[in-house]
Design a protein around this ligand. Sequence first.
Ligand code: S3P
Length: 175
Amino acid sequence: MKNNVALTGFMGVGKTSVGKLLAERLGKKYVEADSLIVEKAGKAIPRIFQEDGEIAFRQLEIEIIKKLASQENLVIDCGGGVVLNKINIDRLRQNAIVVSLTASPETILKRTSSNGDGRPVLKQNNGIGGIISLLRLRKPYYEQAAEIKIDTSKLSIESAVAKIIEQLKENEDFH
Ligand code: S3P
């Protein structure tokens, strides 16, 4: 039986807001992989990208996901790029149901435009065009990782959480 939920999906699909409420509803602990990466590196994500490069960031991400994957009763808010390294998904799947949240490029643009500076990947792929091409590139990774898929574009946080819980209940591997 699995007792973690791993939330994946592109930046701005609602992993954080959905994750916090989902954890509350399931009586599990919400953890954000990015925060643990920042703690471990001792600097913010844009600085890790700038000073050490994306590969160093992904390495830290792999270490943090490995640690979280071995813990119990968590709702894990995975950064948008966690799916890019298969090892992360393999490890998470040992004790987690993987949920992929999706949203339209327009919704993503709207939701991420207030925090552009905190997301170096969106600085390199900016505007609606950047989001569309990066989404196209990453879509197969999110699809492959997902056991549950929810489009949050037109959903409130409440309804997205309700939909996830409904599907988790149907999953015999989860408690
Ligand atoms: C990234 C997403 C970010 C963060 C980093 C890289 C990505 O997390 O991990 O900036 O490559 O998609 P959020 O999806 O929580 O914004």
